[in-house]
Write a protein that binds this ligand. Structure first.
Ligand SMILES: Cc1ncc(COP(=O)(O)O)c(C=O)c1O
Length: 427
């Protein structure tokens, strides 16, 4: 007999898209080797120059008097390490001229945890019976938000406008005509660059969203996991913004420290107090390692050099290579399109009129040891159910070794061809 689950338990204990994705990722990494083409997860690449920095920093911490003992043996305050928060605030002041201090910075156990805290404290059920939601102005949006509710529906998603670019590209844009902000909307949230699409919302889109948020006295949450100033995996423009009405989140994962689980919330002091309170209730304290490794790099600005001169060019090259593999392995006569590549670690592909759903394509690829993420997971919070586009997309990560990525694209090209030709076959 199994024990009964609460509403919270039903929501969080019974599996999710992000859970399956992380399990696929863990299994593929554990299996090792090159048999499995893992083009599914958000695992950053192991960039040798970056891995060497972590090794150097660990040696420095070991050599420092009491450095290792402090990192492993101390509970930090729940807002995070004071020196680290100071160093980050200083970096952002110097780089962008933002008026903030350590009191505007809170650390969490990864960006993922920050979102769980933020979404559930701003939206959900209220004492007087009202229910509020987070508005996602451009869906498809990050799969990792989808199942984070501690009770009830948490999201209201809005379909984008689709700009077709040439024969084989496209770009999503916020459809401001469809954005409705009423009493039910507690916050607006976007990832920029966007996971899954690699879209970077334009400065104008961000300005308009920030204006709407301010006008309705709600926060605009900008998830900057791939953005500037670190890891700066942005290939187009896009000015970073922050002010007291914006909650900006950062992460140390995509620059190469996902194992340290370090997320960062940059916000007005009130929000920092909420996050700090939730950290102490849920987890007492944060992980120290990422902060200890990164603090001197923040103080010296080396993190900016690594982001601009190593990380960003690495992923830009990888993105170009992945795009070239599509040209190599996909039939140009088929109606595939790639989202404009503006940042992040993925290509987002749209197969218009695909005779099978992307979830079926995912299964066929998995059977051939290629793991991708079917696009349907990223379309949540939408009222309309009959939108074919949501079952026509795939997210493909290009961070794995080049041979693995090439083999993956070769097989994807074959399976896409097969799926389209089945549609043409007589019954
Ligand atoms: C857009 C976005 N936000 C947040 C996260 C969470 O990352 P982490 O919890 O490792 O900081 C991810 C991870 O893939 C992401 O893609």
């Amino acid at each position: 007999m199994s024990w009964e689950l609460s509403e919270f338990g039903q929501g969080l204990c019974t599996g999710s898209g992000i859970g399956e994705l992380m399990e696929d990722l863990g299994l593929a990494l554990a299996a090792g080797g090159e048999r499995m083409c893992m083009l599914g997860g958000g695992q950053p690449a192991h960039i040798p120059e970056i891995d060497a920095v972590w090794r150097r920093r660990m040696e420095e911490i070991m050599a420092e008097d009491g450095g290792l003992e402090r990192m492993l043996g101390d509970y930090e305050g729940p807002a995070g390490n004071e020196k680290f928060r100071n160093a980050l605030a200083g970096l952002l002041r110097r780089k962008f001229g933002w008026s903030l201090g350590p009191e505007n910075v809170a650390i969490t156990a990864g960006g993922q945890t920050a979102f769980f805290f933020l979404f559930n404290s701003l939206a959900g059920r209220f004492e007087d019976g009202r229910h509020k939601k987070v508005l996602l102005p451009l869906v498809p949006e990050y799969i990792g938000y989808a199942n984070q509710s501690a009770g009830g529906d948490l999201f209201r998603g809005v379909k984008p406008r689709i700009d077709l670019l040439g024969e084989h590209e496209f770009k999503y844009r916020v459809d401001f005509d469809s954005l409705e902000i009423d009493e039910e909307v507690a916050a607006i949230c976007v990832s920029r660059p966007t996971n899954p699409t690699g879209n970077v919302l334009t400065d104008d889109e961000i300005r308009q969203l920030a204006g709407l948020a301010a006008e309705h006295e709600i926060p605009l949450i900008i998830d900057n996991a791939y953005g500037a100033p670190f890891p700066n995996i942005i290939f187009s423009g896009g000015t970073p913004v922050w002010n007291e009405n914006i909650i900006l989140t950062q992460s140390l994962s995509k620059i190469g420290l996902p194992g340290t689980r370090t997320g960062i919330v940059i916000a007005r002091e009130e929000v920092i107090r909420w996050v700090t309170s939730m950290t102490s209730i849920v987890g007492l304290s944060n992980t120290n390692a990422g902060q200890a490794i990164m603090q001197p790099l923040m103080e010296s600005g080396e993190i900016l050099r690594l982001s601009d001169e190593v990380v960003q060019p690495f992923y830009r090259d990888r993105s170009d290579q992945a795009r070239a593999l599509i040209e190599k392995y996909f039939d140009p006569a088929l109606p595939w399109r790639v989202h404009k590549r503006e940042g992040a670690l993925f290509l987002w592909l749209w197969f218009e009129g695909l005779p099978i759903k992307s979830s079926e394509l995912y299964q066929r690829l998995k059977a051939r040891d290629v793991l991708v993420v079917p696009g349907n997971y990223f379309f949540y919070g939408l009222e309309e159910s009959g939108w074919a586009h949501r079952d026509e997309c795939l997210r493909i990560s290009f961070t794995m070794p080049e041979k693995v990525v090439e083999e993956g694209f070769r097989i994807i090209g074959e399976e896409v061809q097969r799926a389209y030709s089945e549609g043409l076959a007589p019954d």
